[in-house]
Design a protein around this ligand. Sequence first.
Ligand code: ATP
Length: 736
Amino acid sequence: MRATTRRRLSETLRESAGTPQALSERESYERMYSDDLTKIDAAEHNLYFGRLDMASDSVDDEVRRIGRIGILDDDERDTTLLLDWRAPLARPFYLATPAAPEDVERRRHIRTRSRTVRSVSDENLLSGSIDDAAAGANVVNESALVDALNAARTGEMTDIVETIQREQDEIIRSTHRGVVVVQGGPGTGKTAVALHRAAYLLYTHRDLLSRSGVLILGPNEDFLRYIGQVLPSLGETGVLLSTVGDLFPDVTARGHDSREATALKGDQRMLNVLRAAVRARQSLPGRDVVVRFDGYDLPIDAEVVKTARADARSTRRAHNLAQRAFLRAALDELADVHARRIGASELDGSQLLTAADLEDIRAELEADPHVVAAVTEYWPTLTPQGVLRDLYDDPGFLRKATRGWTDAERDALHRPARPLANDADLSPGDVPLLDELAELIGYRTDEADRINRARWRQKLSEAQDALDILTGSAPQDLEDDLDPEILMAYDLIDAEQLAERQVHVERRTTAERAYEDRTWTFGHVIVDEAQELSSMAWRMVMRRIPNRWMTVIGDTAQTGDAAGATSWREVFEPYVANRWRLHELTVNYRTPSEITRYANRVLAWIDPDLEAPTSLRSNGIDPYAVSGDDIAATVAELVSANEWAGLTTVIASDGTADEIRAGLTDLGSDVSVHAITAAKGLEFDSVILAEPADLVAESPRGYNDLYVALTRATQRLVVVHARALPPDLADMPRLR
Ligand SMILES: Nc1ncnc2c1ncn2[C@@H]1O[C@H](COP(=O)(O)OP(=O)(O)OP(=O)(O)O)[C@@H](O)[C@H]1O
């Protein structure tokens, strides 16, 4: 397949494309073959991993071979060689258990490295002789699963197609067209499920979703990097991965907010603040505003602006879009004022000017840039960034827009404007506010169009230059005495046509186009670590998905963000009423029971009603605590005194992470350090948790943060502390 695809690709590249049409065709073939090659390369590892021998009395007594991608033979009947894991016929591979064998007589696991088979294990599901699966256990493909769970972590998430469990499979293949909410404790495979659901939906609804795209939202860049390889390894490349903070085209928000500011910016009350802010920009003139027109001082008074403003507001259009109506009404009023001044009869005040004269005045006003500028001052063109910066910067404006707020709340929002390139001074919490403002203002970020137009102008000018050169190099004798019979290049072709020949057809993927367009609506949206999204962020996400076909993954016990969610019902009911469905995942695949013993106590403290996930395995390695007066020094000592096999990290509070990192860098150690807010969703072989009391004290959601920190390790946990341990960890064995 690879050789054939390569050959076709190089044939395509060799073809010359004379017309724009042919060029466009060539490019779409080029893309298709390149995508196929990527897919084939990605599937190489463990391509064929499962086989089902169906019972001889079942409807289809057959053998099904299951792999990462589907492969058909090139015989006449297109015989299936390998079934895609997402095909309906492959499903019993994930569902069959000895208790409910689904007509499967034997399930076989094949593990390969490159093209060598490393192991084969069989489960006989009908005969009752089960070599491999713990009979009756609710775990499918157990030995392969245990292998996968014990494997050392690499810092990149891997796919789980060989060992998807029943409760996970149900979510991955859910046919629900509304919101599917997946609630589950740490390590229950929520992220894995989300990614496999994306792959499944792309396979099942390829036509629809390849046009509209799938968006996956994650909490931070590190997390997106961590999960970034999973979908490509499943042959899917057309998905846009983003954080909420990166979802507004051209804005790379890197600013940092206090907890108070974060909470306020995420609060629904901001909606009224933003509305008020935009309305406050539709202001009235003070006294004595005049503009010179036609030799007279023309007053722009509050009455004129008020009438125009009422007209513009009654259009109910977004601010920038209503500017035209405002201007039209204001100029009508001003034309009247002016006509009354110059055309009124001295005798009885009646108007001496004809309707045509009035029209002329109106047209002259409109053509006068000073008049237009003076009028639009009271209904200016706005940008979301401009409004937001002014709001934070100007205490008077802030006060006006935040009726009913306390001074302390206003202080938390106040921030002098220091604009940076790409709006990097704004924070991720500002992005949903920008998006809301963009709606209120009617601001479009047609970045793609803008770029295309700029490119087009560039091409046009290059083409013009080329024509000029052609003209300039025309033989002199012809120049002097142009022979109308001789055709010149510029007689046949103008710059525009020349440029058109150069145009490259749309080469960007759906995901790339979606990223550059604020008003893009996706076919499906997946939100991971969804508990961290604020109300304002949800409004932004919902705008991207009007059909509300979403998969939302999270754990309200892990909410750390000051504006995050504590109840799924509260989040979704306003958008979809009861069109949301809750699934729960109950098995913790990541953390051994030795560690969850402690984590579960913290969970019970956060919410006694939440059920703790069951740990699938125990590894015999008990966590222990080490104390020392200087945290950074004790961590450094611990790190240098031990062999840390596998991926190891130190998790610390946001406030102390830097200090600890500096201590380890001095040592030259490659053990990483993660501040708690950056550790969400990640996992490591070993975790050193530094000063849990700091995590608890640093935030009102401190126990949630502690819970997250305690559930990141797949093998070992060590706690280092100077202050007293939180009560739930107090009985941990001590090294010293
Ligand atoms: N069916 C499975 N087969 C093999 N590994 C699995 C399976 N389900 C989950 N895992 C593994 O368990 C680990 C935890 O999964 P994942 O990160 O998806 O959990 P999570 O619920 O998102 O956790 P958190 O809430 O902490 O972010 C990962 O290494 C994942 O690959």
